[in-house]
Design a protein. Sequence first.
Length: 447
Amino acid sequence: HGAQAMLAEEFQPVVRLPAAPPSSSPRSVWRLVVIMGCVGSSSARHAVEEGRRRLSVGMVQVDPWASLSGSRPEQDRGLLTSLSAETVISMLNAQACSGRKFSVGSNTDTGTTSFANKLMSEMGDSFNAEAHGLGFTCRKGLKPESPNQDSWMVLKVDKGVDKGFSMYGVFDGHGESGHDVSNFVKESLPKLIIRDSRFKRGLSELPSVLVDSFRIQQSLICQCDQKKKLDAKLAGTTASLAVHSHGENTLTIAHVADSTVVLGRYKDSDRQELEAVKLTRDHKPNLKEERLRIEKAGGVVVFDGYANHRVYARGQRHPGLNMSRCLGDLRGHQECGMICEPEIRQHKVSPCDHVLLLCTDGVWEFLEPEEAVHLVSSVGPGNAMLASEKLAKEAWDRWMKAEGGLVVDDITVLLVFLQEDTPGAAETAVPVTAVTTYRGPPGSVAS
């Protein structure tokens, strides 16, 4: 009956629901609305495919729309060439960045096996992830029409830039080519950040560096779309990125959309009781200031009758996104008031800060931050990879139970136990041109 009331309020101009729904399930009510909605009505126009009600995009559609303007062609043409010619490790070496450094992250993976771990690759100096308190896994969901669209990255430098830094990022793609957009951002955003001369100046400059890098990233996506290297008109990605400045022991977090970053910390120095603190807020269309911006720009925000408020161009069926900020989604940015500007937060790491979680919404849809923090902490810093796998499996099981095995979103867990995230001595160096590709924990090389 609660779902019936929400639907009646949202779609009152279109359909009058009976006094009692045909079933207590919101799914049955939604089917009734779709069937009864008049052709061309608001409800029919904004209908959400049943298997996508909890996903970022409410409907998969192909729209060969003309290329968009908005990039900086002259500046971006040379920048694209430069970024594609270098790895993040070679860029650091060119800056005479001394000390041990390594990079690990996901690779584009066209596999269709559900819950398979996404291909990943590493380069730079050899490393033991768990010695640094690192755990990561990226699992394909149950979405037959698309590959795993999540991407993620880790970059660690022990010395050279403000006594070293760690960079962590997760990117949740959506739309038909969302996996291409998320992979492009995963590859290029860290490079944009470290090539900015202000990055070496410390914490005071870092927020501006991150904001500008996100904006340039969006411009590069637009340029790639125009050059037909990407199709980003109706595809995009979330982005949550954290920089841990080792010298100041401070986290600087930039994010757009809803790949939430959570800090697990002890409430006091006795380290007995844990709590979870969200370091980001989800950029949802129904937030007051987000909705005002969207509507002022000509977009509309519609509750889909199930789980999400979604953004549409007025009188249109696109983009149907359940977020108000993102990278990519060029039509949404041009027509609906969506933006790529990240929110920035800085946090001084204290001895009570235990674990940092960066996860896509495949984790957060059915898990509360408190639950996730306690689950990974029960495994402990010495088994960070196992902790990430356990959290991913718990998220998968909850999706299967809640959705009856019909759909599961892609699931990415990137965690770091903060008291273990300290500079370490270099081990065996690997040439920067050598890239090791594997699926699963480091050492399990893919064929």
